[in-house]
Design a protein around this ligand. Sequence first.
Ligand code: ADP
Ligand code: F6P
Length: 450
Amino acid sequence: MSRLVVISNRLPLGDNPSGGLVVALDDALRSSGGLWIGFSGETVAQPSDTLTFHDGAPFQRASFDLADADHDAYYLGFSNSVLWPLCHGRADLTDIVPDHANGYRRVNARIARLMVEHLRPDDRIWVHDYQLFPLAAELRALGVRNPIGHFLHIPFPGPADCAAMPNPHELFEWLSQYDLLGFQAQRDLSNFTESARQLAEIEHLDGNRIRLCGRMLRRDVFPIGIDTASFIAEARNAQEEDRMRTLTGAQMMIGVDRLDYSKGIPQRFRAFQLLLENHPELHERIAFLQIAPPTREAVEAYRDIREETEHLAGRINGQFATVNWTPIRFIHRPIPRHVLAGLYRQARIGLVTPLADGMNLVAKEYVAAQDVSDPGVLILSRFAGAAETMGEALIVNPHDPWEMSEAMARAMCMTANERRQRHSILLRGVVEQDVSWWSAGYLDALAMTQ
Ligand code: ADP
Ligand code: F6P
């Protein structure tokens, strides 16, 4: 079997990965071996012109540094102040700066140059996410003929958001240099197809084959999963459960998200406030734990969301707390995975209500962590990719606080029988479509492109 070379912006060198991409790739590479290349997380005055290798079982890692100005332009600028908001339907939050687009192209070209000398002729190359859209074009320009696939972890924008990019045609030219484009959900495949039809040249051949900007490639949907077996084991072993139960004495509702404006955290706080206003019988019976580690704080929109969230939590606690009960606890830092698993298991409600999300792995982790004899209820946004395959959750519109608060009330009084029925169907999906199923399906499809 040829070597798998994975490349993503983020390369976790520490122990506690957070973010769907690193969690999934870490799980995938543990089973297949190979090489994972990514950004070290360090900005330096003079970046090295070679990759730094970090050996260690069961797969190899190689990192690159970035100059401050490149990090600002490529990561904070074009990736997270143009592409991220557009992919999440927030054109109003974009900050388009021509220098950032140049920096984005420059960094992708540099990564291609750093990679190329380490590639073997039979390597399969798997590129991840929006930070690296131009990478295949840069590798092709250096003569790389290997199969190169791309997987997009976040939503693909529809025509209106694509059209708000500085040079929309360029996006499709970049994408045309891959052999396989993978998306999280049917929604993304449809957006891609419609956007390409309106803004570039696309022709449908047979099956999943298309001609995009003159080049033949394949595209398909590969919904990402989690390492379900290990998460189930982690949750069973978690000792945190009993400790938390003694701490609160109320049923717990849990939310776990990076503090990102796409996650809909203020909207869910407002829905919780409405629940407490309309259901006084639930006072002291429900406690909401929101875990939201900081992310991309150098981007203004992320600083704003932190202020808004803390302010709302304070207001709701001020309005409803009693000496025995704090309605919302807000934890603004990463939590070890085994502790997270135990918290999910203890929570009667898992609240996953993004305004837009590629898949959302928290939804799957919550289901995997439940005690099958007394499982909790997943409340899931219709705008998470996960909603396409997790229809047994309580599906809600995250913009509608009334609907969300009524879903919370319904979850609180749902019978054990209904909870078990819903959960067993959800769990079957999360077990069958786990991270190995996802990566095997993607890599089989990549092999078919040759
Ligand atoms: P995204 O990729 O946008 O961050 P996902 O929901 O797909 O969203 O993935 C988030 C991943 O990060 C999950 O595996 C989740 O467990 C992990 N995570 C989120 N918040 C924390 C936290 N506070 N501590 C540790 N892990 C976290
Ligand atoms: O899953 C989407 C994603 O943007 C990944 O590319 C990324 O690793 C994760 O969210 C966390 O974001 P960041 O790497 O910018 O902290």
